[in-house]
Design a protein around this ligand. Structure first.
Ligand SMILES: NC(=O)c1ccc[n+]([C@@H]2O[C@H](COP(=O)([O-])OP(=O)(O)OC[C@H]3O[C@@H](n4cnc5c(N)ncnc54)[C@H](O)[C@@H]3O)[C@@H](O)[C@H]2O)c1
Length: 317
């Protein structure tokens, strides 16, 4: 039986991933790690153990690993792309110094580690259409710099110490439980909230800007399936391209309008978000993930839109 620690369990991905892991492995076997000021609430709090787990405090992490006999760590602590540009030092401290602590502990206690990378690890010379698994990664954002470093450091610990590190490069994740934490693709979540509330959506990303996206149930499955994959089949480790769909603002707007014909959108482009978006792939090639561990998304733009509107309508009305 696995004993899992989710670090950053109260964030957009962690809040849903932790509950799914508890369903699969048993409530008592999945610890929700959080930091002060971001405590678990509701089902996340009540369905299993939770502990303060700050990646900058290795002693705190070690106590949790020992107390619960942890063998697998999902490390979701990070500052997302837009926030990281305004706090680059903190982004590095959480993303890289924090990862170093986790990898050292994992080496000592023999834990598997999942630390997601991102489409933000690309930029600066990357081919943006059908972006290959192995290609140029010279991003110019602190988020991107920290994600490339995450990939390299995770691979280093695997190659040098045999540590079981695995990761995906998540695209923009769309969900309806916990709001996104300040990324470039947040607009693709916010647009659904505006549509359901009957408000006009002001889009911060310009027309024609394609980016890879994925619905949360697929993102959670990608993380868990990769951690469950037969290691013999893994040629790559940190990190696999995974995608489910690629769209621009006008595409998601048109899809929502099929269900809410009165919905309106207007552009007010945010220059920082736009410059980050321009440096990210239009569409990634995720053949390696498909071949090495059977990755296949279930949701496309149309089925995701139906589900998002249904879930948000019943909650917000
Ligand atoms: N959401 C997306 O669209 C997306 C896309 C690509 C990659 N990712 C990656 O997935 C991971 C999770 O993203 P998310 O969207 O859930 O982010 P989020 O911002 O919603 O959550 C991050 C979590 O990290 C926690 N955290 C912050 N500082 C910490 C510290 N010092 N110690 C421990 N925890 C700390 C926060 O409390 C929060 O719960 C990140 O690595 C992110 O870069 C996310």
């Amino acid at each position: 039986m696995k004993n899992i620690l989710v670090i950053g369990s109260t964030g957009q991905i962690g809040s849903e991933l932790t509950l799914e892991l508890r369903k699969r492995y048993g409530n008592d076997h999945v610890v929700a790690g959080y930091i002060t000021g971001s405590e678990p609430q509701g089902e996340l709090k009540n369905s299993g153990p939770s502990e303060i787990a700050d990646v900058s405090n290795i002693a705190q992490l070690e106590a949790i690993v020992k107390k619960y006999n942890i063998d697998t760590i999902y490390n979701l602590a990070a500052l997302l792309s837009v926030v990281a540009e305004s706090k680059p030092r903190l982004a590095w401290t959480i993303g890289i110094d924090g990862l170093w602590n986790i990898l050292e502990l994992a080496r000592q206690y023999n834990c598997a580690v999942f630390t997601p990378s991102s489409i933000g690890s690309f930029g600066g010379g990357t081919p943006l259409v059908n972006t290959p698994q192995d290609t140029i990664q010279r991003p110019r954002t602190m988020y991107g710099v920290s994600k490339v470093t995450t990939e390299l450091l995770s691979d280093y610990y695997h190659i040098k110490y045999g540590l079981d590190t695995r990761a995906v490069r998540f695209p923009g994740i769309i969900s309806n439980v916990t709001p996104p934490g300040g990324g470039t693709t947040d607009y693709a979540v916010d647009i659904y909230y505006s549509a359901v509330k009957g408000e006009k959506f002001i889009c911060p990303i310009g027309e024609g800007t394609l980016m890879d996206m994925m619905y949360m149930p697929d993102a959670i499955r990608a993380a868990i399936d990769l951690m469950e994959a037969d290691p013999i089949k893994l040629i790559h480790r940190n990190a696999f391209n995974v995608t489910a769909m690629s769209f621009a603002p006008e595409n998601i707007y048109a899809e929502i309008k099929k269900h809410i014909p009165s919905f309106e959108m207007e552009y007010n482009v945010d220059s920082l978000k736009q410059s980050i978006a321009n440096s990210w792939p239009d569409s990634m090639d995720d053949t390696c993930a498909r071949e090495e561990w059977g990755w296949k998304p279930s949701y496309d733009l149309s089925s995701m839109t139906i589900d998002m509107l249904e879930k948000l309508s019943s909650r917000l009305k």
